[in-house]
Ligand binder design. Structure first.
Ligand code: C2E
Ligand code: CA
Ligand code: CA
Length: 586
């Protein structure tokens, strides 16, 4: 296939000139002709030629005018124009070139010269066109690549600056914003930290997927509540940072900061619906003000964090302003957390055993295992300190498994060394009982240690059951099916809903020691304790009176049909070797 020959347009008001040029070019080119400038422009617009031979002197519109028009239009500007002039005509070559003419040929024509010039300029035009095409293609390619690169850069920056789960700014971007605010108005900056209470336990109970969903909903609530007035970031985990700026000195505007915090808490600390489940959470917060609580973004966040931790420990407030003592308190807490981790791993937290006796026969029937953390300096820390800490830090599972494991090993050893049949009771917290793998973990500990599960009693607080009585009944049923005994601990404290207790497959009711105080002395205390005992007896449950310190309390319990007792009147919690001595005596 041969390409079409190039097209040459000849423009001349003298037809004989056109004929002459046509005869020179006809063999190699397709030739068009026009006898006026206007006609030439029409043809070019209609069917642009590859080259134009343009007479300079023409009536109406001369060659230069035609050339100017062609060059001013991007569509036609590149078509090479060769001016044609008579030898005797005054020619203004400079003008011709300056308006974009490519060359000149003179009348009368020298055919070889005309052909040579036309061929040269067509070749040049061809190459320019090719080059232009390459440049255009490359430009498109480059632009595409640049767009891609810009997208990638924007994506990387987004991932770096924003959290992919919640869409909130990352810690680094929040810090940048705080620093910027500090540069412009150093006396108008406050920083708040908000943190979900016991999130580790909630996350374990819900599963990570719903836990993530909860964090997303909290983030959305925060963002909506902040509107345009505060900048929110996710500091990590379940912890959020807020940059608050005031219109004048922040120390004079603390009431506004208070209002803002109230608004945030109102929006965030509310029940959340997660796939049909209603989740109530508690959030704690801390506020730090520049410059008194910290000079830099880093220090402000740190102080707000310390205040947040102090608020968590407080029962009545949800958020607090920073004060200097808090830092040392939070440092202590941090150390305690890492020590707790080590203590669980190294077995420094051990079960101690508080004996339980049958009230009628006065015989030793077993013990309640109570966790004790004996520290290197000999000081012992009670569970009321480290169990909440374990729940706060997510260490509770490890703690629970460690204690239950040790108790099972102990029960097995005592069962083979002593004839006295005993049960050992272990305490499980609400967080323990509610995490999905709890029952499976219990079963595997029993399997691993080879203990008879009938020796192990699991004490569950009412508080753990009340959140979801149906699920609790299921779990207790499975445990009972495997031979475990179960007890409802702290009965009568707080919830005492009698409607669910009938449906729970439990064996034992423990009357909380807080009731024991007035028993035998105060009629109302007597009434409550007697009612609980009647309830236990009517339901065929074993009852345990705990915290028995005085003879008259024991008399009362005996008279009202209580089955078992434990308390300082008989013995406190003791290490395993001391309990072994008790077993020997029986
Ligand atoms: P609880 O289940 O109500 O345990 C009884 C508490 O009463 C124990 O405190 C025990 O030492 C104390 N007590 C025993 N006899 C008397 C008495 O006659 N008078 C008085 N006033 N108190 C007495 P402890 O050991 O400090 O344990 C506190 C709570 O910590 C326990 O309450 C239990 O809920 C929890 N706990 C203990 N060990 C563990 C554990 O291994 N895991 C979990 N999750 N919680 C535990
Ligand atoms: Ca208990
Ligand atoms: Ca109790």
């Amino acid at each position: 296939m041969t390409a079409d020959p190039p097209t040459v347009l000849i423009v001349d008001d003298t037809p004989s000139n056109i004929d002459m040029l046509r005869s020179v070019l006809a063999g190699s080119y397709r030739v068009q002709a026009a006898t006026s400038g206007r006609r030439a422009l029409d043809i070019v617009a209609d069917q642009p030629p590859d080259l134009i031979l343009l007479d300079v002197v023409m009536p109406d519109m001369d060659g230069y005018a035609v050339c100017r028009r062609l060059k001013s239009d991007a569509q036609t500007a590149r078509i090479p124009v060769i001016f044609v002039t008579a030898k005797n005509e005054a020619r203004d070559e400079e003008l011709g070139f300056s308006i974009g003419g490519a060359d000149y040929v003179a009348k009368p024509f020298e055919p070889a010269v005309v052909r040579a010039r036309v061929a040269t300029h067509l070749a040049l035009y061809d190459q320019t066109r090719l080059l232009q095409q390459l440049v255009d293609e490359r430009t498109v390619q480059l632009r595409y690549e640049m767009d891609q690169r810009e997208d990638a850069v924007a994506r990387v920056r987004y991932l770096h600056e924003y959290d992919s789960l919640t869409g909130l700014a990352h810690r680094s971007l929040l810090m940048q914003r705080i620093d910027m605010a500090l540069e412009t108005h150093p006396d108008r900056v406050a920083v708040a930290v908000l943190d979900v209470d016991r999130f580790a336990a909630i996350n374990d109970a819900l599963g990570t997927r719903l836990g993530d969903l909860l964090l997303q909903q909290i983030a959305t609530a925060l963002r909506d509540a902040a509107g345009g007035t505060a900048f929110i970031g996710r500091l990590g985990g379940d912890s959020f940072g807020v940059l608050l700026t005031s219109k004048s000195r922040v120390v004079d505007q603390l009431h506004l900061i208070n209002e803002h915090m109230e608004r945030l808490f109102e929006a965030v600390a509310r029940p959340y619906m997660l796939e049909g489940e209603r989740i109530q959470i508690r959030i704690s917060g801390g506020v730090a003000v520049h410059p008194k609580d910290g000079e830099t973004a880093e220090l402000l966040i740190k102080s707000a964090d310390a205040a947040m931790h102090a608020a968590k420990d407080a029962t009545l407030t949800t958020y607090m302003f920073y004060s200097a003592e808090m830092n040392s308190a939070s440092r202590e807490l941090l150390t305690l957390e890492s020590e707790l981790r080590d203590a669980i791993r190294d077995g420094a937290i051990k079960p101690w055993y508080q004996p339980k006796f049958d009230l009628k026969t006065r015989t030793l029937v077993g013990a309640e295992a109570l966790a004790r953390w004996v520290r290197p300096d000999g000081r012992s820390i009670g569970p009321s300190v480290f169990v909440p800490l374990a729940e706060k830090t997510g260490l509770y599972k490890a703690l629970n498994q460690r204690i239950v494991h040790d108790v099972c090993v102990q029960a097995r050893s005592w069962a083979s060394n002593f004839d006295t049949p005993i049960t050992l009771a272990v305490n499980v917290s609400a967080a323990d009982f509610q995490y999905p793998g709890f029952v499976a973990d219990m079963l595997s500990i029993v399997r691993d240690t080879g203990v008879d599960p009938r020796m192990i009693e699991i004490e569950i607080t009412e508080h753990a059951v009340i959140a979801d009585p149906l699920a609790a009944a299921d779990k207790i049923g499975v445990l009972a099916g495997h031979g475990f005994t179960t007890a409802l601990d702290d009965f009568g404290v707080g919830y005492s809903s009698l409607s669910y207790i009938r449906q729970l497959p439990i064996h034992t009711l423990k009357i909380d020691h807080s009731f024991m105080g007035g028993v035998g002395e105060d009629e109302r205390a007597d009434a409550v304790a007697a009612t609980i005992l009647t309830l236990a007896n009517r339901l065929g449950l074993t009852s345990v009176g705990e915290g028995v310190e005085h003879e008259h309390q024991m008399q009362f319990l005996g008279a009202n049909g209580c089955t078992l007792v434990q308390g300082f009147l008989f013995a406190g919690a003791m290490a395993s070797d001391a309990f072994e001595t008790q077993l020997l005596r029986h």
